[in-house]
Design a protein around this ligand. Structure first.
Ligand SMILES: Nc1nc2c(ncn2[C@@H]2O[C@H](COP(=O)(O)OP(=O)(O)O)[C@@H](O)[C@H]2O)c(=O)[nH]1
Ligand SMILES: [Mg+2]
Length: 228
């Protein structure tokens, strides 16, 4: 019999999946604490033009490289296919202050069956990122979930930003989800990564994609009906 308790990764197959696009400067500080928690850490880069894939590989991650940039959704899906783990922990590649304890916090309620998906919310990481994360908790990139369920989320692989598709499936499937607090964790904001104007432009495009999810889903459903 295994000595492991439910919140230790050795009791389950647990993999960490990190979609990363041009995150050379932060990816190592996400991969290292993830590797201290579980041996299977998968970074998915699709067309990054910087050293993201190389530095992630050097840090010990399994790196999946896709040739052209398709977005976080297809990258996440490719990461799910690259592992057989029962539970996956999803992390963004631009986190600052990540520790194995954060991974434990995300995993524990899923591993012990309390939740089907745990969603991490920043707390005490810094005013701006705490505020942004709290206003849009349902868009958080930090999650733990059963891999099999996530693989079945409709449109996961075709949405540039997968979170609305996940939220829709969470509500539709009536699965149990809840928020857990991730202390002293923050992310590098887009405006810092890309410069003010490029960052704002990218942010605007992201919110446009996120806000039009329902419209696109409805259009797709009515197109399907019209073809039946
Ligand atoms: N592979 C891949 N990852 C992406 C892509 N777009 C965003 N990401 C990753 O998804 C995470 C969240 O993206 P980010 O731009 O930081 O959005 P924000 O956290 O909502 O501001 C980060 O790890 C990004 O590197 C993409 O096109 N491909
Ligand atoms: Mg980010």
């Amino acid at each position: 019999m295994s000595e492991a308790t439910p919140s230790q990764p050795s009791a389950y197959g647990v993999a960490v999946i990190i979609p990363a696009f041009n995150e050379e400067s932060t990816i190592v500080d996400v991969v290292r604490p993830a590797l201290a928690f579980t041996r299977e850490v998968v970074v998915v880069s699709d067309g990054s033009t910087d050293g993201t894939a190389r530095v992630a590989r050097e840090a010990g991650a399994i790196v999946v490289e896709l040739h052209s940039n398709g977005g976080k959704g297809p990258a996440l899906y490719a990461g799910l296919l690259a592992t057989n783990a029962d539970i996956v922990i999803l992390l963004d590649a631009d986190l600052v202050g990540l520790t194995p304890e954060h991974l434990h916090t995300l995993l524990a309620p899923v591993a012990n069956g309390e939740l089907d998906m745990a969603i991490g919310v920043f707390n005490d990481g810094g005013f701006m990122t705490d505020f942004g994360n709290r206003m849009t908790k349902h868009l958080s990139g930090q999650r733990a979930v059963r891999r099999e369920w996530l693989l079945g989320v409709p449109r996961l692989a075709s949405e540039r930003w997968p979170e609305p598709a996940i939220t829709y499936a969470l509500k539709n499937d009536r699965v149990k989800w809840g928020y857990v607090e991730l202390h002293k964790l923050k992310q590098v904001m887009k405006e810092e990564k890309r410069g003010l104007w490029q960052g704002l432009k990218y942010r605007t495009k992201m919110y446009k994609d996120l806000l039009t999810f329902r419209k696109r889903r409805k259009e797709r459903c009515s197109n399907q009906e019209a073809h039946e």
